[in-house]
Ligand binder design. Structure first.
Ligand code: GSH
Length: 319
């Protein structure tokens, strides 16, 4: 395990090392010019923005599901922002800490339309492709056991291999987090030949992860997450930062660092939250750009709407 002092290490290095998925539309993808984009990528940039005021100071480290927690534990990355589900085992067993939830997800099934099923309860004897080292694999086992059904598992180390196996007919069901099903379906040559079943069989609270032995660093990551949500709540966007800076509202003044001295308590300076939003936008901007109904993925906000708008996003106050 790396010793405490991740913030100093990051500052000295001059870049944040951020672990992301290898290529998941909407969450983390690298284009032909080598530029990364996505919901998880934007979170890394927001943290880099809070620290350096430069969202470019991030090195993205693509990691498979099986590699990700070891890479974080070994100090290869400072932060993991990789559609990872918050579980007891990952905290108490692996010595990690989830800095809140950035996306409330749940596990689902993509099936070949020709299978002619409308419910996951009709999947007895199915051949299921899944990525190894995930909660997805564990939930799959639970679901079939709980419903006294049988399945043949086709486990793959890489998500691209699991998708290729599904495409090739090696399995007739692909199981993943719902968000990943939306993303992966776009890669199929004939998406219309498949359907996402309505069943959601688990809770997958996805969030950024740090090592548990560095509480000050954990706090920075956690409060950047909360700042992005509070930014949305306060109407502070990447487009109106000048107005926010001039605002007389007490909570906006604390957000922009005009009062309260909150940044210093985190070991940063008081413009940290403003800079996080400048880097990536507030939560809503990040969501809509990468995942929202007008993006390629087209996922309605649903549970990931603010608590005041019918969702479950609820960030503690910046004070
Ligand atoms: N949220 C689950 C699943 C995360 C996961 O890695 N899912 C796979 C698909 S089931 C994925 O997104 N892979 C993308 C990649 O490997 O780049 C977990 O934390 O275990």
């Amino acid at each position: 395990m790396a010793a405490a002092g991740t913030l100093d290490t990051v500052k000295q290095r001059g870049t944040l090392q951020c672990g992301v998925s290898e290529g998941l539309f909407g969450f983390s993808e690298k284009d032909a010019q080598g530029k990364w984009s996505g919901f998880d990528v934007d979170f890394c940039r927001a943290v880099a923005g809070a620290i350096f005021d430069d969202p470019a100071k991030v090195a993205f480290v693509p990691l498979t599901a099986s590699e990700r927690f070891n890479a974080l534990r070994a100090g290869t990355v400072d932060l993991l922002s990789r559609n990872s589900t918050w579980t007891l085992e990952r905290e108490a067993g692996l010595g990690l800490a989830f800095a809140g939830v950035t996306y409330h997800d749940g596990q689902g099934f993509l099936v070949m339309r020709s299978l002619n099923v409308t419910s996951a309860l009709e999947l007895n004897e199915a051949k299921v492709c899944v990525e190894a080292g995930t909660t997805t694999q564990a939930n799959l086992a639970d679901f079939f056991r709980a419903n006294a059904m049988k399945y043949e598992e086709r486990a793959h180390q890489k998500s691209s291999d699991a998708l290729a196996a599904f495409q090739a007919g090696d399995c007739n069901v692909l199981t993943r987090d719902q968000s990943a099903l939306y993303a992966e379906r776009l890669k199929l040559s004939k998406p219309g030949d498949t359907v996402i079943l309505p069943d959601v069989i688990s809770k997958e609270p996805l969030g950024p992860v740090t090592r548990a032995d560095d509480f000050p660093w954990f706090n920075i990551v956690k409060w950047v997450n909360f700042a992005l949500v509070n930014g949305e709540e306060l109407g502070i966007t990447s487009k109106n930062l000048a107005d926010a800076t001039a605002s007389t509202k007490p909570d906006v003044r604390r957000f922009v660092g005009a009062e309260g001295g909150l940044g210093k308590m985190l070991g940063l300076d008081d413009g940290w939250a403003l800079r996080a939003v400048r880097a990536s936008g507030n939560y809503s901007e990040i969501y809509e750009r990468n995942l929202g109904v007008n993006s390629r993925l087209g996922i309605p906000r649903g549970l990931n709407q603010l608590w005041s708008m019918g969702g479950v996003l609820y960030a503690p106050p910046l004070r």
